[in-house]
Write a protein that binds this ligand. Structure first.
Ligand code: CP3
Length: 356
């Protein structure tokens, strides 16, 4: 079995790390494969829907007691190996003053999108540690409640946040985003520079507050060519990773539709690279090299099938990982709203029991 030789293992005292999730991030051997799910707290859970019936999504995010309570729900009911802070990648839009709203059936809406150089120049200064202080407070509460279960903090990568700011909401084609990138590169670079500084500060603040690992979500970056990723995105994602490089929390770099971008994403940073289901796990890992850990990569839609079918897919992924240190089981993207809770529980058990 291989052992991790990276700076994090040394910084964190690899011999003493007890959490299977943190050990896998550092490519240390484990007795079982750790598992958690992106969007593990959410509307598929009756406990979440009960809280959500009384508060909006943003109210939950801004009330540390509620955010902490919701974060704990899947940890308690599913038995996952890590908690992910309940927040949203779009929270930095609030102090940017662009008018963030979550509209039922439409998803996020940003009322004053950023489209021109003047719009970029008009963005106010943001101080995440105080402007998003409620996030740090939720982290404090959670560290007191979670015991041995590690807490993952997170932020958006600069590109995915920029795409929401520019489009004003979700998008299929990213036409406004790509138009700024190609037609007004000066505005683009100015915006990406601003966002990467804010996101770097935000991630540092979360780790200082107690996040034991962090995930950078570049959910929509797969819409880009490798050349455009390299020229317009990579330097800014790298800046975010560099800001937290020497802090004692492993970094996970996640995107979807990234089969052609994996090597470049690794160059940008991350101890763990997220893989989605569009690439077989062993092939993705081979491309990345064994000096990084990988996270993934079950298609979330498979969870809608009967449990014996799910088992075939879960075991295929575990077989491809082959018990090598540095695999964290997860979905290739977030849990779908219609997922039966029992199916997620069954996956946690399958992953934990595999090979034993
Ligand atoms: O357990 C967890 O992962 C919860 C914390 C979390 C949320 N959003 C809460 C949330 C996390 C990690 C996110 C990240 C996030 N938010 C991403 C990156 C991950 C991904 O899916 O690619 C993105 C792109 C967003 C932006 C966002 N937030 C969208 C597009 C939507 C609308 C989609 C929908 O289902 O309505 C949201 C809303 C949102 N954020 C919900 C939750 C639980 C929906 C639930 C609700 O309205 O109560």
């Amino acid at each position: 079995m291989t052992t991790a030789t990276g700076a994090h293992a040394t910084a964190m005292g690899s011999g003493t790390v007890g959490s299977a999730f943190l050990r896998a991030c550092m490519r240390l051997p484990n007795e079982f494969t750790p598992v958690w799910f992106m969007r593990q707290a959410g509307r598929y859970m009756p406990e979440y829907r009960r809280i959500r019936a009384q508060y909006t999504l943003l109210e939950i995010c801004r009330r540390p007691d509620l955010a902490a309570a919701v974060t704990l729900q899947p940890v308690r009911s599913l038995g996952v190996d890590a908690a992910i802070l309940f927040a949203d990648i779009l929270l930095p839009v609030i102090p940017l003053g662009l008018g963030l709203e979550f509209v039922r059936g439409e998803g996020p809406v940003i009322h004053r999108p950023v489209r021109t150089k003047q719009d970029v120049q008009a963005l106010p200064a943001v101080h995440p540690e105080t402007d998003l202080g409620y996030v740090m407070e939720a982290i404090h509460i959670l560290r007191g409640e979670l015991g041995q279960v590690p807490l993952i903090g997170f932020c958006s990568a600069p590109f995915t946040l920029a795409s929401y700011l520019i489009e004003g909401g979700p998008s299929r084609e990213f036409t406004h985003t790509k138009t700024m990138m190609h037609a007004d590169p000066e505005a683009w670079h100015m915006l990406m520079d601003r966002l990467s500084n804010i996101l770097a500060d935000y991630l540092v603040a979360q780790i200082h507050a107690g996040a034991q690992a962090v995930q950078v979500f570049d959910s929509w970056v797969g819409c880009l060519s490798p050349q455009d990723y390299q020229a317009f995105v990579l330097p800014y994602s790298r800046k975010v990773f560099q800001a937290v490089e020497n802090l004692p929390a492993p970094k996970i770099h996640f995107g979807t539709n990234t089969a052609t971008l994996l090597e470049l994403m690794k160059q940008a940073g991350g101890d763990v690279i997220g893989l989605d289901w569009r690439i077989p796990l062993d092939e993705g890992w081979r491309r990345l090299g064994e000096d990084v850990a990988v996270q993934g990569n079950l298609d979330p839609a498979v969870l809608l099938a009967p449990i014996p079918v799910i088992r075939l897919h879960v075991e295929d992924i575990l077989r491809r990982a082959g018990g090598r240190p540095g695999h964290i089981f997860n979905l290739g993207h977030g849990v779908l709203q219609t997922t039966p809770v029992d199916h997620l529980k069954a996956v946690v058990d399958m992953v934990h029991e595999y090979g034993s």
